[in-house]
Write a protein that binds this ligand. Structure first.
Ligand code: ADP
Length: 356
């Protein structure tokens, strides 16, 4: 009876080529004899007949393959490739059914690509660290004032009023942060469910312009709204679209020019509609643009905090647009203002809810 892992057996080769995972079978000389399509996709440089040790030159991997080829059994190693991009693999190395009598055995390598998982893990750790840091600052300030009021300022009425006002500010800042964190996680939880009710984008913009008129007036900013005559219906979630517009228009007022103008424009199209928010402020340097929608990313942390920002506004905007199966573009030239534009599928257009 032929050995189950005889690298020259057509049945073995056919089996490996049919596998869905990245698998390569090495013969007793360490050369690739069968490569599954997923393996070919993962490591295109690996070809039939090539020694594995030449394609992946990691000493730990070579050593583990060598040991399994000589002594049988199985080993699992993790390997990090740094070039051309960082990738992490877990590699299972086994000599299943390696028959006695061989000096070296054929070896089967099964790869697991852990890269995405590692990136997600790192983002989660960073996120928790950032969120804790953002909460700790106002919390430390609150506790400091409580101690002062209990001690040295116990009988100082003027100091008490001043400190209570600061404490209220810090409390509100923490509340805003927690609200934003909760919104973000709610939107993410429903990311796979594309909203499907008809929402008039122009109406959303009118509501936001009304609610932010006072804030705009305080900074002497004029709000201009341009919408088509007919309703512009997108497949949307009303509350989320209000939030999206509120964040964009608030940012344009906060970071735009004092005494400047913010233009909100709704446009209709065949399959898509769009809404853009343009300010005439200092704009954003190009190196910041790709990172603006990351959580807690700010161009100027102090300016953001002074304006009451949490650093989560644009992350929320991005997630709302993604959930709506739309696109967000940010254009800016320094000194020329910034334009944020969300393109959303129209209501009734052929949106494929399963496509992210
Ligand atoms: P924040 O709570 O800090 O406003 P956002 O996520 O809404 O957080 O925005 C992230 C950063 O992007 C802001 O801190 C600011 O530096 C920059 N930014 C956002 N909108 C504008 C704009 N219209 N003009 C210039 N900078 C902007």
């Amino acid at each position: 009876m032929p050995d189950a892992l005889d690298p020259s057996s057509p049945a073995t080769l056919a089996l490996i080529e049919a596998l869905g995972s990245p698998v390569v079978l090495l013969d007793a000389q360490g050369q690739a004899r069968a490569i599954s399509p997923a393996m070919k996709a993962l490591i295109p440089a690996l070809g039939l007949g090539q020694p594995m040790a030449l394609v992946m030159r990691d000493p730990d991997l070579i050593e583990a393959i060598e040991q399994v080829a000589r002594a049988g059994g199985r080993q699992v190693i993790e390997l990090v490739e740094r070039v051309p991009v960082e990738r992490t693999f877990r590699i299972h190395i086994a000599a299943p059914g390696g028959a006695a009598g061989f000096l070296r055995r054929p070896v089967l390598l099964t790869f697991e690509d852990l890269s995405e998982q590692r990136v997600t893990e790192r983002m989660r750790v960073d996120f928790v660290a950032n969120a804790s840091h953002e909460l700790r600052t106002p919390l430390a300030s609150l506790l400091g004032f409580v101690e002062t009021l209990q001690g040295p300022a116990r009988n100082d009425a003027a100091a008490r009023d001043r400190f209570l006002a600061i404490m209220r500010e810090q409390g509100l800042r923490m509340a805003r942060l927690v609200d934003d964190l909760l919104s973000l996680s709610r939107i993410e939880l429903r990311a796979h469910l594309a909203p499907d009710t008809a929402v008039d984008l122009s109406n959303i913009c009118r509501e936001i312009v009304d609610s932010l008129t006072l804030m705009a007036r305080e900074r002497d900013v004029a709000l201009a709204l341009r919408t088509p005559q007919a309703p512009v219906q997108v497949a949307g979630d009303r509350d989320e679209l209000l939030r999206l517009m509120e964040n964009l228009v608030e940012n344009a007022i906060k970071y735009g020019r004092k005494g400047g103008e913010v233009t909100i424009e709704v446009r209709d199209g065949e399959a898509e509609a769009s809404v853009s928010v343009r300010d005439d402020g200092p704009g954003i340097a190009p190196e910041h643009l790709p990172r603006l929608t990351e959580r807690f990313y700010r161009v100027d942390t102090n300016a953001s905090r002074e304006a009451g920002g949490t650093g989560l506004g644009l992350a929320i905007v991005k997630h709302i647009v993604l959930r709506h199966r739309g696109r967000l573009t940010i254009e800016s030239e320094q000194g020329e203002g910034a334009t944020f534009k969300a393109v959303l599928p129209r209501y009734g257009a052929d949106t494929r809810p399963d496509q992210p």
